[in-house]
Design a protein around this ligand. Sequence first.
Ligand code: AOF
Ligand code: ZN
Length: 358
Amino acid sequence: MPSDEDVFWMRRALRLTNRVKTHPSPGVGAVVVKAGKLISEGWTYSTPKVHAEAMALRLAGERARGATLYTTLEPCSHWQRPDGSERTPCTHHCTQAGIVRVVAATLDSNPQVSGEGFAQLEAAGVALTVGVCEEQAKEAHRAFLKHQRTGMPYVTHKAAMTLDGKLAASHAAPLAITSEPARRAVHRLRAKSDAVIVGVGTVLADDPELTVRLVRGTSPTPVIFDSMLRTPQSAKLNRPGTLILTCQQATASQGWDAELITLPADESGRVSVAVALAVLAERGLLDVLLESGGALAAAFHAALAVDRCLFFLAPKLIGGAHAPTPLDGPGLPTLIALESLRVRRYGPDIALEGKLLR
Ligand code: AOF
Ligand code: ZN
């Protein structure tokens, strides 16, 4: 059992995770503590690239001598980047700074580091405690860890629906289903996501912007699944930064501000979910939010590509057999069960979050 003190400081480090978007690097949190007092804090920075431990140790300076460093991930140990360029590992920063004890929440699954970071610290005589708040750290670094394990991004399927499970009324102009607090929660989620995915059907029906507007934060990369290239060039999403994944040869690239990526079609003639997700992962888009309608969402679930569902339920009813629902397509398993359920209230609405059993 970890001590109360170790849990206290690790929770503080966990609050520093994912401060800014850093993928494909994980957004680690670190704190330096001496004699029960906080000396400094650090978190992974993307531009310029600075690791959490390095930032905390730089801020601590001489005060790090004899101190304990808490970090949400095993300190890195490698001297070379994949492109061969030199870097200084956090293990070296720790020993140079005079850290006498490192408390880490979990192992880094990057094969360049995994276990080697701890081994280097131990060899240098640094005391080690591993596994404090491990579950929370695995949750905080879930996109990085999944990508290391599978090469694929972590996918959250978000949908907003009425109590009877309808996304909209059929043949009607788009209706506001959820309340302002629920919509703000979605914008917070977008601000944490690397990419947000919709199908061309949503673009044609709603002409969405998919930006972060209701809260502060950076907008994710919009991604449109558009096998036949039906996105109108006048769509709000035809802007620099948007990715359009299509099976069409992008010869008519004139007039496109969005980037067109031509991918092979699957058996149904559509962009393959697995191929598309591998392309996103290659671009460092590891935490992705699926905000599509039922057809594309069904294709994602059929490809077993979804890790988490977050469904907002508004106390409203639409009724009928034809109004669109969040999952509507072939190839779905008979029953999809969710675990680790969390329930939250947003004004009059309820949000249900659960992970898929894998
Ligand atoms: C740490 N602290 O804050 C992070 C770590 O490309 P680089 O040089 O940033 O190295 C990335 C690798 O370092 C990444 O794959 C992961 O193994 C680890 N990330 N490690 O000690 C940090 N972000
Ligand atoms: Zn590092």
